[in-house]
Design a protein around this ligand. Structure first.
Ligand code: NAG
Ligand code: NAG
Ligand code: NAG
Ligand code: NAG
Length: 298
């Protein structure tokens, strides 16, 4: 999210070059997101899986070609995962997942409707210690069932989820396995992945900034400040008019480029007779000092 933090900005100016974030290691997270559709819509496969390391997608799998593929910067990472073997795992998970979706539709006597099931599970570590994990499902975007690893048990959030709970707890060992997955297997996978991914996740890529100006006759001038190719995601950017911070007329959500970088923008409208100087300020953890780009550069 684009935020305006003038106080932080002036503090950073006083402190000078950015310093590394101490010796804190992480937090780092590994998250899997599974989506199942009761029917194919256009080109969208009935089942899709993807994995995230922190905020970055590192692999995908779908029911069309049934292969796990590394994504983005992970295409260049060698040896982190055996993708052939992972494809087998995702195939097995796809079958169970789609079976669950069918069970729910059967329960509601609705085998012709359009429905979606989404599963999300994963874990987090900080300073190499496990600091959190969760596993939950939503059906048609409402809570369906979630795992409580302290009990441990599946907690139904929807009437149909009682049949799922019954299946997934048919043997006592099933819940123990789910608990062990979240508390041991998932953090172990995350540690292994970090061995190959730390440099990607800890990377500091400074933003490039361009200002563009657009004016229709007799209308306000529209100044757009675009920051791109930066990582991590957090960024502060705003316009100033004669040194005073302006509320942006429009600010773009931070967009992920798919190649491990983000872009974001803020727009301000300048009345035709306004001759005050406008500047775009951009502050990011990779920068020793904020970038200041004048609005009338063009
Ligand atoms: C589904 O149909 C069966 C048999 O007709 C009925 O007993 C059941 O209550 C229905 N379920 C729901 C959720 O409407
Ligand atoms: C991280 O934790 C794991 C499991 O507890 C341990 O095997 C490993 O040696 C630890 N690594 C570091 C760098 O402390
Ligand atoms: C970490 O990665 C190196 C190669 O970069 C590999 O030799 C080593 O076995 C890996 N260690 C673990 C625990 O995966
Ligand atoms: C990332 O993708 C964006 C949008 O496609 C592109 O403008 C940018 O140059 C790319 N950056 C890198 C570092 O490849």
């Amino acid at each position: 999210i684009v935020r305006m933090v003038p106080v932080l900005l002036s503090l950073l100016l006083l402190l000078g070059p950015a310093v590394p974030q101490g010796t804190q290691d992480g937090p780092y997270s590994l998250t899997y997101v599974y989506t199942g559709l009761s029917k194919t819509v256009g080109d969208i496969p009935k089942f899709q899986a993807f994995g995230l390391l922190n905020d970055l997608s590192f692999f995908e799998y779908d029911s069309k070609d049934r292969r796990s593929r590394p994504l983005g910067l992970w295409k260049q990472v060698e040896g982190m995962e055996d993708w052939e073997q992972d494809s087998q795992l995702q195939k097995a998970r796809e079958d169970i997942f789609m079976e669950t979706l069918n069970d729910i539709m059967e329960y509601y006597n609705d085998s012709n409707g359009f429905h979606t099931l989404q599963g999300r599970f994963g874990c987090e570590i900080q300073n190499n210690r496990s600091t959190g994990a969760s596993w939950e499902y939503t059906y048609d975007e409402r809570g369906y069932i979630k795992f409580n690893k302290e009990i441990p048990a599946w907690i139904p959030l929807d009437p149909a989820a009682h049949i799922t709970k019954k299946k997934w707890e048919a043997e006592p060992v099933y819940v123990l396995r789910a608990k062990a997955y979240l508390e041991e297997e998932c953090p172990a996978t995350l540690r292994k992945y970090l061995n190959y991914s730390k440099s990607i996740l800890d990377r500091q890529a400074p933003p490039s900034v361009v200002v563009t100006s657009h004016q229709a006759p007799g209308k306000n001038k529209k100044l757009k400040c675009l920051a791109y190719d930066f990582y991590p995601r957090e960024i502060d950017m705003h316009w100033t008019r004669a040194g005073k911070v302006q509320e942006p007329t429009l600010s773009g959500n931070v967009l992920y480029n798919g190649n491990g970088t983000y872009q974001a923008w803020v727009v301000v409208h300048v009345p035709p007779k306004d001759t005050a100087p406008y500047s775009c300020y951009v502050q990011h953890s990779s920068l020793a000092q904020p970038l200041v780009v004048p609005g009338d550069a063009s």
